[in-house]
Design a protein around this ligand. Structure first.
Ligand code: GSH
Length: 194
């Protein structure tokens, strides 16, 4: 199995961490967003949407969208709860991540860290929405070690990816103490080192 991914991308690292956790072997094909690799004809054959992460399985099938990929790969593992309602709560967090969290936290980080924009020049609405997402996450962690309770799930994989880098986009994680503690627990539970 080949993972086309960019090591600076939280969306791509979600896939790597999931594979490492479940013990699935893979070949990582470094595909730089900044260098424009995702727009080159060879890559567009892998994912016509021009985005990483994207997977090519040994039988030729392809799959894109980080949360669809990890949902498929982690099927039957401890990262997906067996109870249908708890599983749906996991998906609730994952859909929220893609609509309300990643487009704010990850975008602010990209603009500051990779496009050189001063934090003070970020669009106020972006900062406001990012702060609201971190507050929501902090509240969601009240009284629990992980988003669904005692054990890490794909909800944690999806949300820790960019949350742990929120400081790169100018967000102050010290304002969200439950989030700070949870990041450390996720890193230990998922063996995150990158
Ligand atoms: N919703 C998608 C987002 C994928 C995405 O935005 N990928 C970025 C890197 S994090 C990318 O490939 N950007 C290149 C481009 O859009 O040209 C997912 O979760 O996989």
């Amino acid at each position: 199995m080949q993972i086309y991914g960019d090591s600076i991308s939280g969306n791509c690292l979600k896939v790597k961490w999931t594979c490492d956790f479940i013990g699935r072997s893979y070949h990582w094909v470094e595909t730089s967003v900044v260098a424009g690799d995702t727009r080159k004809p060879g890559f567009l054959e892998v994912n016509p949407a021009g985005q990483v992460p994207a997977i090519v399985f040994d039988d030729g099938r392809r799959l894109a969208q980080s949360n669809a990929i990890i949902l498929y790969l982690a099927e039957g593992s401890a990262l997906i709860p067996s109870d249908p309602f708890v599983r749906a709560k996991m998906l609730e967090w994952m859909f929220w991540e893609q609509y309300s969290h990643e487009p704010t936290i990850a975008v602010a980080r990209f603009q500051v860290k990779f496009q050189g924009k001063p934090v003070a020049d970020l669009e106020p609405r972006l900062v406001e929405r990012g702060s609201a997402a971190l507050k929501r996450l902090d509240e969601g962690l009240e009284g629990r070690d992980f988003l669904l309770g005692d054990a890490a799930s794909l909800a944690d994989v999806a949300l820790v990816a960019y949350t742990r880098w929120a400081g790169d986009g100018g967000f102050d994680l010290a304002q969200y103490p439950r989030v700070q503690g949870w990041i450390g627990r996720c890193e230990r539970a998922l063996n995150i080192t990158d």
